[in-house]
Design a protein around this ligand. Structure first.
Ligand SMILES: Nc1ncnc2c1ncn2[C@@H]1O[C@H](COP(=O)(O)OP(=O)(O)OP(=O)(O)O)[C@@H](O)[C@H]1O
Ligand SMILES: [Mg+2]
Length: 287
């Protein structure tokens, strides 16, 4: 797997001094500054209520800043009339697919976005087929009601309906929640494929630090609406003390290595394979 930081290319999303307050006064985001570049795989992490979903919804214009700005490909989300363009650039898959799916057939659900931006019949059909295929949504299901699918399949229909818009940046809010291990790996490998081979920028929101270690090259950490860490995943996980303040624990294998530093284990181990390699290296030195 490629975990190295790819060359930071074009800036796709620029967030400056972003504050967001819900109508009831909850101050969910505080002074967020962030740049998202072309072809990155980013994990947005932080405890419950830290503002991840609010930030994600701000990154595609679903929520407008209370102050500060979010610019997508130069388009300011506060400016009226930009929404139709923005949905073709940044797609957001809801934390709960049931908040996103509202059509009475799967085919209509996936076709909704492309139709809504005025694409022709043939183009819409092509996009529906392509998106369904990559998400493993079989044609035989097209006339079914999304309501009767398993949660995992509903999530994939939700992803397909976003993919049909072919946005460069795809944000998936908790892609593996409610899915078994096989389904989780399918969704994650599929997102990685879009990143590695199709040039997309992927942003996942997750509480699963093993997923972060395995897939994300960059990590953004939120605490109580503030952005407290932003960097390469390996560097972020090698600072457990700062992470602890954000109530985030590195993956177990990283913590194991950090517990035995006195035996010369590195503090930035991200996988069991890396741990085994480190162990062999140390054992060889001792003999
Ligand atoms: N519609 C809303 N109205 C008022 N407050 C809200 C609303 N949605 C979220 N909040 C509050 O805003 C803050 C940030 O919530 P948000 O949903 O962005 O957190 P999160 O990091 O996504 O949490 P989780 O991990 O539980 O999904 C929390 O204090 C939450 O209670
Ligand atoms: Mg959330």
């Amino acid at each position: 797997m490629t975990r190295s930081m790819k060359n930071a290319n074009e800036c796709l999303i620029e967030v400056s001094k972003l504050q967001y307050q819900y109508p009831d006064g909850t101050h969910a985001l505080r002074d967020i500054n962030l740049k998202i570049f072309e072809n990155q795989f980013i994990a947005l992490i932080g405890q419950n209520g830290s503002g991840k979903t609010t930030l994600a919804k701000s990154l595609n214009g679903l929520l407008k800043p209370s102050s500060g700005y979010v610019k997508i490909d130069g388009l300011d989300t506060r400016v009226k009339g930009t929404t139709k363009k923005i949905v073709t650039k940044v797609g957001y898959v809801f934390q709960n697919p049931d908040h996103q799916l509202f059509s009475n057939t799967i085919e209509k659900e996936i076709a909704y976005g492309p139709k809504n931006i005025g694409l022709g019949h043939d183009e819409v059909n092509q996009r529906v087929q392509d998106a369904a295929q990559v998400c493993g949504v079989e044609r035989g299901l097209f006339q079914d009601h999304p309501f009767f699918l398993t949660k995992g399949l509903r999530q994939r229909v939700a992803i397909a309906s976003i993919l049909a818009m072919r946005p460069k940046t795809i944000i998936v809010d908790e892609p593996t929640t409610g899915q078994d291990l096989r389904q989780s790996l399918e969704v994650m490998n599929f997102l990685r494929d879009l990143w590695l081979h199709k040039g997309h920028t992927i942003i996942i929101i997750t509480h699963d630090m093993n997923i972060v270690a395995d897939y994300a090259q960059r990590c953004v950490v939120l605490t109580k609406g503030e952005l407290v860490m932003d960097g390469a995943t390996r560097e972020i996980f090698s600072q457990p003390d700062i992470l602890a303040k954000a109530y985030v624990k590195p993956p177990q294998i990283t913590r194991l290595a950090q517990d035995v530093l006195e035996y010369n284990f590195p503090k930035d181990v991200l996988s069991v394979e890396e741990m085994i390699q480190a162990f062999k290296k140390i054992a060889r030195k001792e003999h």
